[in-house]
Design a protein around this ligand. Structure first.
Ligand SMILES: Nc1ncnc2c1ncn2[C@@H]1O[C@H](COP(=O)(O)OP(=O)(O)O)[C@@H](O)[C@H]1O
Ligand SMILES: [Mg+2]
Length: 162
């Protein structure tokens, strides 16, 4: 297991941007962590790294299940927080997103755990945790599943950010 530290929102944005620059069509990034950990900040950085202009980015996607952005690739940002269980429409929506060509960012991927049909074939998983007694400190734990690309992204992050 690999982890990197962030000591500010800007640092988290920079980490995300670095990830975004390396992602490819079909990439899936799952973002876990409690409310306020920094998943949306990281997703924003990833979107910047994928070339999504700042003015397009929605800061609080929690109100909608999904936002789509256009950068050098299409970006589908899902926030599943509000879904304690998925309706059939929700399932179809998630399946539709996985079938699109673009990058998929998922906050609260745990919401998909009990749906075998909704498991991505591969993913870069990031767990963001608060650091005790430090408002700005975060630790991000990274795991690559099912694609060499994610291993190389983790390797690159370690080189640049540790
Ligand atoms: N190192 C850090 N990285 C990311 N966010 C941080 C950091 N330190 C403090 N914060 C703050 O934590 C909050 C994270 O919010 P957000 O990204 O919306 O969380 P989540 O999507 O995980 O609920 C923001 O208010 C941000 O300013
Ligand atoms: Mg969020």
């Amino acid at each position: 297991m690999v982890s990197i530290q962030s000591d500010s929102p800007d640092r988290t944005l920079a980490i995300g941007k670095h990830i975004g620059q390396l992602l490819e069509t079909g990439s899936v990034v799952a973002l876990s962590g409690t409310l306020g950990a920094g998943k949306t900040w990281l997703a924003k950085g990833i979107a910047y790294g994928l070339g999504v202009p700042d003015y397009e980015y929605v800061n609080s996607p929690a109100y909608d299940l999904i936002h789509e952005y256009r950068g050098r690739l299409s970006v589908f940002h899902m926030d599943l927080y509000r879904l304690s269980s998925l309706s059939l429409d929700d399932e179809l929506m998630v399946q539709d997103v996985f079938s699109q060509s673009g990058v998929c960012l998922i906050e609260w991927p745990e919401r998909l755990a009990s749906y075998p049909a909704l498991q991505p074939a591969h993913q870069l998983h990031l767990q963001i945790d608060l650091v005790n007694d430090d408002d700005l400190g975060r630790v991000m734990t990274l795991e690559a599943h099912g694609s060499q690309l994610y291993d190389s992204i983790i390797h690159s992050l370690i080189n640049v950010f540790t």
